[in-house]
Design a protein around this ligand. Sequence first.
Ligand SMILES: Nc1ncnc2c1ncn2[C@@H]1O[C@H](COP(=O)(O)OP(=O)(O)OP(=O)(O)O)[C@@H](O)[C@H]1O
Ligand SMILES: [Mg+2]
Length: 317
Amino acid sequence: MSNLDIAIVGEINLDLILYGLPEPMPTERELLATGFTITLGSSSAILAHNLAALGSRVGFITKVGDDSFGTLAMERLCERGVDLTRVAHGAKSGVTLILPHGPQRHILTYPGTISELRFEDLDLDYLASARHFHMSSLFLQRELLPHVPELFRRMKSAGLTTSLDTNDDPDDRWGEVLDEILPHVDILLPNEREAMKMSRAGDLETALSRLSQKVETVVVKMGASGASAVREARRFTAPAVPVTVIDPIGAGDSFDAGFLHQFLRGADLTTCLAYGNLCGAFSVTACGGTEAFRDAARMQEFLRQHDAISALTPPAS
Ligand SMILES: Nc1ncnc2c1ncn2[C@@H]1O[C@H](COP(=O)(O)OP(=O)(O)OP(=O)(O)O)[C@@H](O)[C@H]1O
Ligand SMILES: [Mg+2]
């Protein structure tokens, strides 16, 4: 038996971020960036990293490429103490190239092992030994996707609570597999656009009303406007924490980390939302999705500055 708070199944890859490139980008020209970061990317791995940085005990099953990008990505999770004992191995790591141009960005992904994780790769007893089960980036899991309803069903029947952040569907289909998964999800964590897409609603209120008929707690992330949630027909909202934005990459995953960290400690929904906003805001103060959380002293200082919340939950040192 493990002593995991949360087991996460999902993808891992590095993000290569080139800042300051012009848009549009002509071909056959040498275009010079003004900044470059190579950092742990991928929604699932960012969540695993930041949850562990906050002090949750995290187990992560993913498929990693047997190459130097895969090794570096794993090192970043190892540094935070994420349990990687059940990780599967594949040939070639995926990678994401991000080119921010002001508020707009190009995002180019080679999937590699990201989409190769299979149901047979999962140690179900290990997953079921955690208290909570989570998946991110549902639609990138091409091999696993048909088995995801069964996976969630098994986790629920083993007594775990569950959560899902679908992120975007690159095919923009939001197919019926989601209808099979949602009855086994306790907490759904979309952003506004995703909430409307998956419920086929034209506005957020209709989306919330439709989704909350299927899922006990629906949490919608709204960027600089904070977050909103519906549980048992009650609406909760929490404002964003004002910060100077360096890089919005990974804000949603960092929100999930803050929210779930509090949920796992038994906090009420208001506290979960506030802590989600706090961690989302902290993430945007540095490059990529995990760089802010790698600096434990800075993280503790940021959380302390907002001590109405952090007094409840001293972060792990
Ligand atoms: N400019 C900002 N200022 C303060 N907080 C922010 C800002 N942008 C995002 N956040 C925080 O991060 C949370 C998640 O951001 P967002 O709504 O962009 O999620 P997302 O679209 O899922 O992001 P991602 O692209 O990482 O998947 C917000 O609910 C908010 O708490
Ligand atoms: Mg997101």
